[in-house]
Design a protein around this ligand. Structure first.
Ligand code: NAD
Length: 357
């Protein structure tokens, strides 16, 4: 397997393979860029088909975290961890304590958090071994309710703000009432996004590989449940990918009927060319690392011991104007939105970080 010549290597500062015989841990930590601060990014627990798939995922995810932190204007760099294990069968405290020791050995260069397959409880085990973990402290969430530290309410709020900006720009819509949204994945973020959209008057189509979840959404939000492999075909105004990555690929890019793609999933495009294909057919794509930064913003405040939900909300609401700027610039130049976003992120990487909210 190639490392320095890997197509997704992209100048990573450090990539660490971790193995712990006693617990069975097999993990990879990727630190992409620490120019703006220590690398901050969640830990994904996933039953990868092989090491190659795990390496590709962690490299792509950690690079996105660098861009996400730069675009969200938080004083952190980008990194990510993956544990190669099935979250339904293989998880136990020892696994996460071993990960905690591995992270601690990096001396503060990498700070972990939740991601798909890794819960607040898992991170409590990490926290027994290292202080380099966020998303674990009970504190008020962005609605002012006492939360567990889970950043997903903040992520969902940011995606809602991003959808508002996207439909205002692309469809001239100044309300979510009556907006047709197809939500793929009803997990931590997707469910909370669906709840917020429903409260705002949107009409929902939903899919989850856990069919019971979709049926619950029918009951809770009057949503229409769709088979997981048909959700991209729904003729909605907005397609909101909130499951796993690479959902826009060579096949789905031609099937999409929505006018806007705006959701929480990381690495929604299987390859960068798909952004240009979306542009050519007039679909507005909200770059994933811009629209899904709410959780990162939230945990950055936790890390800096700034417990002020209103300040976090205000910071998250900046996602709207940032996206509007990206959409307008992309229109002016006739280039894909993700190219404009990447250029803005790279400019910010050259600047000194400062907290803005
Ligand atoms: P989650 O694991 O809680 O939820 C994912 C949901 O998607 C699950 O309900 C799962 O059953 C469903 N799913 C999986 N494959 C599917 C498919 N093919 N079709 C339909 N449903 C499918 O994860 P989450 O925390 O809600 O995160 C969702 C996405 O958002 C991930 O890509 C994650 O990396 C990204 N993200 C999450 C956060 C956060 O704060 N949790 C922050 C930024 C980005």
């Amino acid at each position: 397997m190639a490392f320095f010549d890997h197509p997704d290597f992209d100048g990573h500062e450090q990539v660490v393979l971790g193995h712990d015989r006693a617990s069975g841990l097999r993990a990879i930590i990727a630190i992409h860029d620490t120019r703006r601060g220590p690398a901050l990014g969640g830990c994904r627990t996933f039953a990868y088909a092989d090491d190659t798939a795990a390496l590709r995922d962690v490299l792509r995810l950690s690079r996105s975290m660098t861009y996400k932190a730069a675009m969200a204007e938080v004083p952190y760099g980008g990194g990510k961890a993956v544990i190669i294990a099935d979250p339904r069968r293989d998880k136990h405290a020892g696994l996460f304590r071993a990960l905690g020791r591995m992270i601690d050995g990096l001396g503060g260069r990498y700070i972990t958090a939740e991601d798909a397959g890794t819960t607040v409880d898992d991170l409590q085990d990490v926290a027994r071994e290292t202080p380099c973990v966020v998303g674990v402290r009970r504190r008020p969430d962005i609605d002012g309710n006492m939360g567990t530290g889970d950043p997903s309410p903040a992520t969902a709020y940011g995606v809602l703000i991003g959808i508002r900006a996207a439909v205002a720009h692309h469809l001239g819509a100044d309300t979510l009432t009556g907006l047709r949204v197809a939500v793929q994945g009803l997990g931590n973020v997707g469910w909370k996004l669906a709840a917020r959209l429903h409260a705002a008057g949107a009409q929902l189509w939903v899919a989850d590989t856990d069919g019971e979840r979709a049926r619950e959404a029918e009951r809770a939000f009057g949503a229409t449940a769709v088979a997981p492999d048909r959700i991209v075909d729904v003729a909605a105004d907005v397609f909101a990918p909130c499951a796993l990555g690479s959902v826009i690929d060579d096949v789905t890019v031609d099937r999409l009927k929505a006018a806007v793609v705006a959701g929480s999933a990381n690495n929604q495009l299987d390859r960068p060319e798909h952004a240009e294909q979306l542009r050519q057919v007039g679909i507005a794509y909200a770059p994933d690392y811009v629209i899904n930064a709410g959780g990162l913003i939230d945990v950055s405040y936790e890390r800096d011991a700034l417990d002020d939900p209103q300040r976090v909300r205000t910071h998250i609401e900046r996602i709207g104007p940032t996206l509007t700027q990206i959409f307008r610039q992309a229109d002016r130049e006739g280039v894909p939105t993700d190219r404009v976003a990447a250029r803005m992120a790279e400019e910010r990487l050259e600047q000194r970080p400062s907290r803005v909210a």
